[in-house]
Design a protein around this ligand. Sequence first.
Ligand code: NAD
Length: 498
Amino acid sequence: MRTIGHFIGGREVKGTSGRTADVFEPMTGEVQAKVDLASKAEMRAAVENALVAQVEWGATNPQRRARIMMKFLELAQRDYDKLADLLAREHGKTVPDAKGDIQRGLEVVEFACGIPHLMKGEYTEGAGPGIDIYSMRQPLGVVAGITPFNFPAMIPMWKFAPAIACGNAFVLKPSERDPGVPMALAALMIEAGLPPGILNVVNGDKEAVDAILDDPDIKAVGFVGSSPIAQYIYERAAATGKRAQCFGGAKNHAIIMPDADMDQTVDALIGAGYGSAGERCMAISVAVPVGKTTADRLMEKLIPRVESLKIGTSVDPSADFGPLVTREALNRVKNYVEIGIQEGATLAVDGRGFKMQGYENGFYMGGCLFDNVTKDMRIYKEEIFGPVLSVVRAHDYQEALALPSDHDYGNGVAIFTRDGDAARDFAAKVNVGMVGINVPIPVPIAYYTFGGWKKSGFGDLNQHGPDSIRFYTKTKTVTARWPSGVKEGAEFSIPTMN
Ligand code: NAD
């Protein structure tokens, strides 16, 4: 059986803790690999390695760092199909979707190639008599990323590309459910010319995560995963004075106004609600039609589309979506469907009985659609993270606007309308971090930033875009006075510019 160790000091090393986890192939339900789970001591060894390597890397000129990123892009293109196949087999998503996962990560690497420009400081000549002021951005040292199972290529790249480009060394703790692609990406970075020790992948579970959080030599931690863990990481990281940005779960609403183009809206809901089996933090999980007529028109078109979704293996290019990541995840989602029925929601489409012929042990289920969901139900309040869409009927626009605004989560939201005024008002007022106007999955492009509000994000700087450079650097400001500006005699008052 394939074994997956850690990637430390520029090469794969075997774990020494004696603890491992199973890595499944969701489409067959078989265990396909064993991944080593690091001990605290193994994590510390990786950090020590990174500390030594970072000194020279941080002093390397930014153009050289950018060139390594450029070479990495080239190598990732070379290995694109291989990486997508590995990703699909470990995660369960389809190969075309896996390619998108890789591509959205590579776009952040492209952004990081601009590091010579992005890291420029500021300069003010003549801020006072003979006084010039300038600021510079310096790397933090060793930083860490803890990432979820659902984007095993994209989110590691969102973390390590800007961090490394800024001159830091990076320790990545990917999800133990699909660690193969992060390991492959680290090997590609070395092939691209990255010095050993600058990008380390330490596989593990809570023990490895806690070792990161308690290590005083790790200066920042970027987390993406579920909200309870995000909050835990945020609080514990602060105890050792780390910077922390921790992104959590979601419940993304789509508001459907009476004037929306219903065919386009249904296409958007089907893709964003059921793509990747709903295992996306930006998946639409709640549809909010405004007015009874809109709701009835929506349901009439939506039901047959959900019933005819094509579920397939991860390597079936014609499948709409594949299996869920584990049997545990599958059971959890099915349990939520049962809860919804008991809470009194109308299960308009029930995909729980779906069986994949020839792959009976795979983690499959069909799409489910609930109607008449209300605000007090658990299926509305909690993140299900599966192919389940809930329809909450709103009487008017104000009620629809209040639903995502008052929800505990605040990651993404979308409005479907032809009315520019309504869309503009919605974008300005909704209490959510990322908004789509006739765009169901408004994941901002790499040179903007990505981040949710409320329980979807803890910390004050977003991922990628300009915020990532701020997060992975510290600013130093230098005030310089030269003899022509020096007055005679000591100054006892606080200097001012009067
Ligand atoms: P998860 O919280 O179970 O795991 C995320 C990471 O935390 C993994 O590396 C895991 O090993 C680690 N971890 C798990 N339990 C831990 C514990 N008790 N103590 C310390 N570390 C622990 O999340 P997941 O199931 O891998 O991913 C799905 C979740 O991620 C969903 O909630 C989804 O919405 C969210 N997500 C959010 C974003 C975003 O940007 N907001 C993006 C993708 C996914």
